[in-house]
Design a protein around this ligand. Structure first.
Ligand SMILES: *[C@@H]1O[C@H](CO)[C@@H](O)[C@H](O)[C@H]1NC(C)=O
Ligand SMILES: *[C@@H]1O[C@H](CO)[C@@H](O)[C@H](O)[C@H]1NC(C)=O
Ligand SMILES: *[C@@H]1O[C@H](CO)[C@@H](O)[C@H](O)[C@H]1NC(C)=O
Length: 416
């Protein structure tokens, strides 16, 4: 059973479905899907807007500072900083900064949903790190722009290429400018893709001390579940239709209708979707799943979804494909979009990769392709962790993740 990143999108979407019939313990049933039809997505309860620091960090007694970071292409991204743990002064005066980058359709809350002794954001703060949390363009707290409103389709004219070129750069530059130190990086799913893409171009490696990549997503070609394939095909096959909807809002009616169509296909199993998409998560806490439902999922650009689907189709990691030679030549000066070559990642950049045997999204065969591309990496600069029982969500929300994954990340950071 294999599917990957694009499935994550659907996972998030299906969490919304559950939200409509609020009984996460039961999982998704066919009857839930039927209720989407005619349901006014606007009436889905949304969280009161109080900010991430206020709603998830300060309540636990940790200090937290909100920042706005401007990208070169005009986006205003929110960032949270947890400069200290519960025990003050741990880590000395010159604390090591660490930047946490969430995946697609998620936001910075990803790192804070578990209890403080189980969530990576707090665990790092308590281990003496200066913790910085990124929120990608288009998500709830990062919808500002110098001149464009999210209601304007032009606001959504980007894919993960722009997250590589602008968001990641702006965030790392900002942390570097505030702390004067090279940054440790942690990414989950698409947060790994944008980092790997940047590193493969030799970018930002002067800002990074080391990088921990959870559920590394680069190659995406091993999608084998029926619904995942259909979704990916729909995205690349109906570009014009989809680009008419600039914002990909998992809480919106267009996305609900899209899913209904997919589920109507013969051979598509919409009965236990969470499990078939993320894999068999061993270690989720029901309370955390409830919190997840409360805060996520978040919007992204439809163009970003199309770009991810192109990666599935092509089995090659490239910039966004405008779909015809002339348009690509206009944009890139070449018929085909430029490739991100993972073998070009500087061989001495310290990397920690952690992936799960049950992860239906970051498929082990796709991780295998990435590891193959990294085979000339300096042996002592590449640490690989394989967690046999873990599926996709366990890495950020699992109750055992602290002992299994986070402690290993901290040990890796300290070795560099
Ligand atoms: C999107 O941006 C590209 C340049 O990156 C531009 O050529 C194109 O006209 C823009 N499209 C829209 C709909 O704004
Ligand atoms: C699950 O979360 C709740 C609420 O944070 C907590 O009280 C409980 O101890 C957690 N269970 C486990 C197994 O961590
Ligand atoms: C990527 O780079 C490696 C090493 O520089 C090279 O051998 C390989 O052919 C490149 N791959 C592609 C798809 O260009």
């Amino acid at each position: 059973m294999a599917i990957h990143c694009l499935g994550r999108v659907l996972v998030a979407i299906f969490f919304v479905v559950i939200m409509i019939e609020p009984d996460p313990a039961v999982g998704l049933r066919k009857s839930d899907l039927l209720t989407i039809n005619g349901h006014d997505p606007v009436s889905v309860p949304t969280t009161t807007l109080v900010g991430i620091c206020e709603s998830l960090v300060i309540v636990h007694g940790y200090p937290c500072i909100e920042y706005n970071v401007k990208t070169e292409d005009g986006f205003v991204l929110s960032m949270q900083r947890i400069p200290d743990g519960l025990v003050k002064g741990n880590g000395g005066n010159n604390k090591q900064p660490v930047l946490l980058q969430h995946g697609v359709l998620m936001d910075g809350m990803t790192w804070l949903l578990e209890s403080p002794d189980q969530s990576l954001g707090f665990v790092l703060a308590d281990n003496g790190y200066d913790v910085w949390i990124a929120n990608s363009r288009g998500t709830r707290w990062s919808r500002g722009h110098a001149s464009l409103d999210p209601a304007n389709p032009a606001y959504w004219n980007w894919s993960w290429d722009e997250m590589v070129d602008y968001d990641l750069t702006a965030n790392l530059d900002f942390v570097y400018s505030q702390t004067g130190q090279k940054v440790d990086y942690v990414g989950h799913s698409m947060g790994t893709l944008i980092a790997l893409a940047a590193f493969s171009q030799g970018k930002l490696t002067d800002r990074i001390k080391s990088a921990a990549l959870l559920c590394p997503v680069a190659y995406l070609s091993h999608m084998t579940t029926a619904i995942g394939e259909l979704a990916a095909r729909a995205f690349v096959g109906e570009i014009t239709t989809w680009l008419g909807i600039a914002e990909f809002n998992p809480k919106g009616k267009a996305v609900a209708d899209f899913l209904k169509t997919l589920c109507a296909n013969p051979g598509v199993d919409c009965f236990d979707l969470i499990r078939s998409f993320t894999g068999k998560n061993c270690c989720l806490n029901e309370s955390t799943v409830d919190l997840f439902l409360k805060y996520e999922p978040q919007s992204t650009a439809t163009k970003n979804m199309v770009h991810l689907a192109q990666t599935v189709r092509d089995g090659i990691i490239m910039k966004y494909d405008y779909g015809n030679g002339a348009a690509n030549i206009m944009r890139y000066g070449e018929i085909r979009p430029p490739i991100y070559n993972m073998s070009n990642i500087p061989h001495d950049l310290p990397l920690f990769l952690s992936y799960g045997g049950q992860d239906a999204l970051a498929d082990t065969r796709d991780v295998g392709l990435l590891l193959d591309a990294l085979k000339f990496h300096d042996g002592d600069k590449l640490t690989v962790q394989f967690v046999k029982d873990y599926a996709h969500a366990d890495f950020v929300l699992g109750v055992t993740a602290k002992n299994i994954v986070y402690d290993a990340i901290i040990a890796f950071f300290r070795r560099q």
